[in-house]
Ligand binder design. Structure first.
Ligand SMILES: Cc1cc2nc3c(=O)[nH]c(=O)nc-3n(C[C@H](O)[C@H](O)[C@H](O)COP(=O)(O)OP(=O)(O)OC[C@H]3O[C@@H](n4cnc5c(N)ncnc54)[C@H](O)[C@@H]3O)c2cc1C
Length: 460
């Protein structure tokens, strides 16, 4: 790639700066910790501001639910849907604290190398009902179907189906309530720039446009890399944050692989892919009733998710995440302009959908829907636009089957069952990023980096 960021790549088009991927910043303290490990202060590199509300979630009729850190405000919002669910919500929140303490504080930044590591935590996971899906877990406390959706969509943020992700992911709701949702001024790109600056100050050197063709293996040990231009780089350790399935399948010759054979990789479950349209308008939409982070749910929920994750069919209807960052930070667009991105979860390339022909009509349907329901006059006011589809995830980001978040976070693909942070059959090869433990999303990938850093011997 020509710029750092990976999924957090920034598209600069006609004076707009569009964050390509992550926009919802949870657990900002993890960035503080990372900078302080290097003896620096995060505030000197990145400015976070809180978002309020965290999200505005719309049902298919356009009625909305907002939430933030304030319990009274949430109760007021629940009253507008089903007053009886306030009690259940209180109980739900109380239990998510225990889940958070186990799932995040104890497990997220520890490696799972042996089955014993898994067995040790199994009783607690059973006690916390991890065998339930997030949707089932939430439904024990909340009766209203729309509210069930609003408190259980979180696995989608890390590539999971709320009907198939263990209830441990309900901790994301706790994480949000406790530490808020933040935005980095200048966009998520400002986080990327802050991290690159820190990396270079510490003596790191970043090589752009330098694709890796192969990881050099000698005696089941990673000893370096061969780049696409043929250059060979020898090293003591190799860390890959490229998609783990891609790393095994494409960067390590099959003859060396014992566990992650092509057959095993083809049998694993991968997260959904994404269709994302980045667009800018020459007018502002401050009176549109939208917030910074919007979730627009379609009428179908379970069946739509079933189409995406299980049947792998591209449905005609959709549920959308609509990002409108210029509400918080007008500096990322030309003056008087509004910047957006709209994201629709779609099946990964195992669906067989031909995106070379499907992308344009899919884009048109989403833009028309937004124009008809939320952004009047949208298409005549467009001055910048770019979209990506599952082919981008496969070909540009090198993700197996074009998945947006690597392996799907199911119970049998989490913790010890997920590819480990140190490769099973190769010494000196490590994994960070979405495809290893603990999983996708910025808090997950930061935790994976911490795990790997802790595995290295301290350098004197
Ligand atoms: C549209 C979108 C929205 C998201 N929103 C959120 C959000 O709001 N909040 C949140 O917390 N998370 C969000 N996520 C998830 C989060 O962005 C990812 O889980 C995280 O960024 C993944 O980091 P990573 O390092 O694993 O992968 P990446 O960021 O993809 O980094 C992998 C890097 O490896 C490089 N690479 C691949 N193959 C090679 C090769 N052969 N040689 C050299 N380099 C190679 C790639 O170019 C890339 O730069 C979102 C993801 C997407 C796609």
């Amino acid at each position: 790639m020509d710029k750092p960021g990976g999924r957090a790549y920034v598209y600069e088009i006609n004076g707009f700066k569009f964050d390509g991927g992550p926009t919802v910043i949870t657990a900002p303290f993890m960035f503080d910790d990372l900078f302080s490990l290097a003896g620096k202060r995060r505030e000197e590199y990145i400015t976070f501001v809180p978002c309020d509300p965290y999200y505005r979630i719309f049902d298919h009729n356009g009625k909305s639910f907002n939430y933030n850190h304030d319990q009274r405000f949430i109760f007021d919002q629940i009253d507008q849907w089903n007053p009886a669910d306030k009690e259940g919500y209180k109980k739900f929140m109380a239990t998510t604290k225990d889940i958070f303490e186990k799932g995040f504080i104890e497990l997220a930044d520890k490696p799972f190398f042996s089955i014993m590591d898994m067995l040790k935590v199994a009783p607690d996971l059973i006690k916390l009902q991890s065998y339930l899906s997030v949707y089932q877990y939430v439904s024990q406390f909340i009766q209203n179907d729309f509210l069930r959706r609003t408190f259980s969509f979180h696995p989608l943020l890390v590539g999971g189906n709320p009907f198939d992700s263990p209830s441990i992911y309900a901790m994301i709701h706790y994480l949000e309530r406790e530490w808020g949702i933040h935005y980095a001024m200048g966009g998520t790109g400002a986080i990327v720039n802050g991290l690159v600056k820190l990396f270079e100050e510490l003596g790191g050197r970043l090589h752009l446009n330098a694709g890796v063709k192969e990881i050099l293996i000698e005696n089941q040990r990673a000893v370096g890399l061969i780049l696409e231009d043929g250059k060979v780089i020898y090293s003591d350790e190799v860390v890959s944050n490229a998609d783990v399935a891609f790393t095994y399948q494409k960067l390590i010759p099959a003859k060396y692989r014992k566990k992650y054979t092509d057959k095993k990789l083809s049998r694993m479950k991968y997260s959904m892919s994404l269709f994302v349209i980045y667009f800018g308008t020459k007018k502002r939409y401050l009176d549109s009733g939208l917030a910074h982070h919007n979730i627009i749910l379609g009428e179908r929920y379970k069946n739509l998710l079933n189409d995406i994750f299980n049947k792998k069919q591209l449905a005609e209807d959709f549920s959308l995440y609509l990002h409108m960052p210029t509400i918080t930070d007008p500096s990322i667009a030309p003056e008087g302009h509004e910047s957006f991105y709209v994201l629709s979860p779609v099946p990964h390339l195992g669906s067989g959908v031909d995106w070379t022909t499907a992308a344009k009509p899919y884009r048109d349907a989403i833009m028309q829907f937004l124009e008809d329901n939320y952004l009047p006059g949208l298409q005549e006011n467009l001055v910048a636009e770019h979209y990506i589809d599952p082919i981008h995830f496969q070909n540009t980001l090198n993700s197996y089957l074009g998945s947006g978040f690597s392996f799907q976070p199911t119970l049998t693909q989490s913790a010890w069952f997920r590819p480990h942070n140190r490769a099973e059959n190769f010494d000196n090869l490590y994994f960070t990023g979405a495809g290893t433990h603990p999983g996708a999303g910025l808090p997950g990938v930061l935790s994976s980096a911490k795990i790997v850093a802790d595995l290295f011997e301290p350098v004197n």
